[in-house]
Design a protein around this ligand. Structure first.
Ligand code: ADP
Ligand code: ARG
Length: 429
C-alpha cells in the first residue's frame, strides 16, 4: 500500500515538475513567480533578469524558478492543494450524484486529483469546469492543451472510451479511403429518393505549437490568427481557391486589423452558415474559457466559389469544411480531403495528433477523425410537433445525431428541416 503511494507520488512529482516548467516556458516571462517581482522595485533590471533567466538556469531567477518548481512538487506530493479547490470539488461531487450522465463528474477521482501537483490540479479543474458549471453536459470537459490527453490520461481514458463505446485496446487509424462506401465510393442521395440537399463535411484541427482555445489568452489568439493569415494568403493566391478572409478581431494588438468586418457582414455570414455564432452565448464554451476574449482571434476564410471554408478561433483552433447543395456526398468529402492536403502542406501547419486518438480536438467527442458530415433534410412528418424529439428517438439507435438548422443547440427549421450526421468520430475509418 505504502509503496504504491510512494510510486504514485514520485510519478506525480515528476509530472508536476515537468508541467510547471512547460507552463512557465509557454506563458513566457510574465508568469506567477516573476510577475510580483517585476512589479516591485527595480522592475526594469528584474525584467531583464527574467528574460535572461529563460536561457540561464544558474541566474538568481533561474534558482528561484527551480525552488518554486520543487516547492510545487512537494505541495503536490503532500496533496495540500486540495483545500484550495474545495468548492469546485464539492460541486463535482454533487454533479456526480445529480447527473450520472455527466462523464467528467462520473470519472473524476478525488483521490487521484489529490496526488497531482498544484499547477496540474489547476489545469484539471479548468478541464472539467464546463462540466460542474453545466451539470447537464454529456461529456463535461475540454482539453486545454494538446498534451492534456496524455498528461491526464487517468481521467480522459475512461471518459473517451465510455463516450465512444470503445474497448481498452482500440487505437485510431486515420484512413480516408472511402472507395468501398456506396457504389464504388459514389454516394448519391437521389438513389435514396431524396432531392438535392445542403451537404457539409467538416473536420476539427489544432496546431501542435499552440494551446487549445480553452487556455489561450488574447495575445495568443491574435498570434494564432496572424499565423493562419500566412496560410490563408497562400489559399487566396491559389487559383483553385481564391476567396476572402473575414476577421472579427477588433484590432491586432500592435495595429489595425486589415480583415475586420462589420457586425452587419458578420450576421449575414452566420445566416448563410459560413461563420459561427457568438460563442460567448454558449454556456459550455464560456465555462471552458473557449469563448474568452471574444471576438479576438475569431474569423474565417472562404473560397471564391464559397464552398471551402476554414473557421479560426472556435471550439477548435480550426474547423475546416466543404459545403454545397447537391446530391453527391462523395464530392464534398473528396474536395475536403484535397483542401486538407493543401493546407497541411503549407509551411508552419503541423496538426496536433495522438498515437492513440488520431487528430487532437478540444472536446473528446471530436477526437479521431474530427469529422462531422451532415445533411439538412426536411422531415415534416417526424417533426409535426415542432420539435426534434421523434427524429432523435429514431436516429439515436442508428448512430445518427440530430441538430437544428443553425447547428448544435439550435431549433429545427419551421418547415421541419433538421441537420443529420453520423455520431462516430473516433476509432472509425
Ligand atoms: P459543427 O458542425 O462545426 O460541429 P454546428 O453544428 O454548430 O457546428 O454547425 C455550424 C454551422 O454549420 C451552423 O450554421 C450550421 O447550420 C451549419 N451547417 C451544418 N451542417 C450543414 C449543412 N449540411 N448545410 C448547411 N449548413 C450546415
Ligand atoms: N460540452 C458539451 C457537453 O459535454 C457539448 C459536447 C459536444 N459538443 C461539442 N460541441 N463538443 O455536453
Amino acid at each position: 500500500m505504502f509503496s504504491r503511494f510512494a510510486r504514485t507520488t514520485a510519478k506525480t512529482s515528476l509530472r508536476t515538475a515537468r508541467r510547471s516548467m512547460s507552463n512557465s516556458s509557454r506563458r513566457g516571462p510574465a508568469t506567477s513567480l516573476r510577475a510580483p517581482l517585476v512589479a516591485g522595485a527595480g522592475g526594469a533590471s528584474l525584467l531583464a533578469a527574467a528574460a535572461y533567466s529563460e536561457c540561464a538556469p544558474n541566474s538568481v531567477i533561474g534558482h528561484l524558478q527551480s525552488l518554486s518548481d520543487r516547492m510545487t512538487a512537494i505541495e503536490g506530493a503532500l496533496g495540500v492543494g486540495l483545500s484550495v479547490f474545495r468548492s469546485e470539488l464539492d460541486k463535482i461531487a454533487s454533479v456526480k450524484t445529480s447527473n450520472p450522465g455527466n462523464r467528467a463528474a462520473k470519472y473524476f477521482d478525488e483521490g487521484w486529483f489529490a496526488g497531482l501537483g498544484l499547477p496540474a490540479q489547476k489545469t484539471m479543474i479548468n478541464i472539467v469546469r464546463t462540466g460542474f458549471e453545466n451539470p447537464d453536459s454529456g461529456l463535461g470537459c475540454y482539453a486545454m492543451t494538446p498534451s492534456d490527453y496524455d498528461e491526464f490520461s487517468e481521467f480522459f481514458e475512461p471518459v473517451i472510451r465510455d463516450y465512444h463505446g470503445a474497448g481498452p485496446d482500440a487505437v485510431h487509424v486515420t484512413d480516408w479511403d472511402a472507395s468501398d462506401v456506396g457504389e464504388n465510393g459514389v454516394l448519391d442521395v437521389t438513389k435514396l429518393g431524396l432531392p438535392e440537399l445542403s451537404m457539409r463535411v467538416r473536420v476539427g484541427r489544432n496546431l501542435a505549437s499552440f494551446n487549445l482555445p480553452g487556455s489561450m489568452d488574447q495575445a495568443e489568439r491574435i498570434r494564432f490568427e496572424k499565423t493562419m493569415l500566412k496560410a490563408f494568403e497562400k489559399l487566396v493566391d491559389d487559383p483553385e481557391y481564391g476567396g476572402n478572409i473575414y476577421s472579427l478581431s477588433p484590432d491586432h494588438g500592435d495595429g489595425p486589423n486589415p480583415n475586420l468586418i462589420s457586425d452587419k457582414k458578420y450576421n449575414e455570414l452566420v445566416k448563410a452558415h459560413v461563420m459561427f455564432k457568438d460563442m460567448d452565448a454558449d454556456p459550455y464554451l464560456k465555462s471552458a474559457g473557449i469563448a474568452s476574449d471574444w471576438p479576438y482571434g475569431r474569423g474565417c476564410w472562404q473560397s471564391k466559389d464559397k464552398q471551402c471554408i476554414i473557421w479560426f478561433g472556435e471550439e477548435d483552433q480550426l474547423r475546416i469544411m466543404c459545403m454545397k447543395k447537391g446530391s453527391r456526398l462523395d464530392e464534398v468529402f473528396n474536395r475536403l480531403k484535397k483542401m486538407l492536403d493543401t493546407v497541411e502542406s503549407i509551411d508552419g501547419i503541423n496538426f496536433a495528433k495522438s498515437d492513440k486518438y488520431g487528430y487532437i480536438t478540444s472536446c473528446p467527442s471530436n477526437l479521431g477523425t474530427g469529422m462531422r458530415a451532415s445533411v439538412h433534410v426536411k422531415v415534416p412528418n417526424l417533426t409535426s410537433d415542432g420539435t426534434d424529439r421523434k427524429a432523435k428517438e429514431i436516429c439515436g439507435p442508428l448512430g445518427l445525431s440530430v441538430r437544428g438548422t443553425g447547428g448544435e443547440h439550435t431549433p429545427i427549421g419551421a418547415d421541419g428541416t433538421i441537420d443529420v450526421s453520423p455520431r462516430a468520430r473516433l476509432f472509425i475509418k
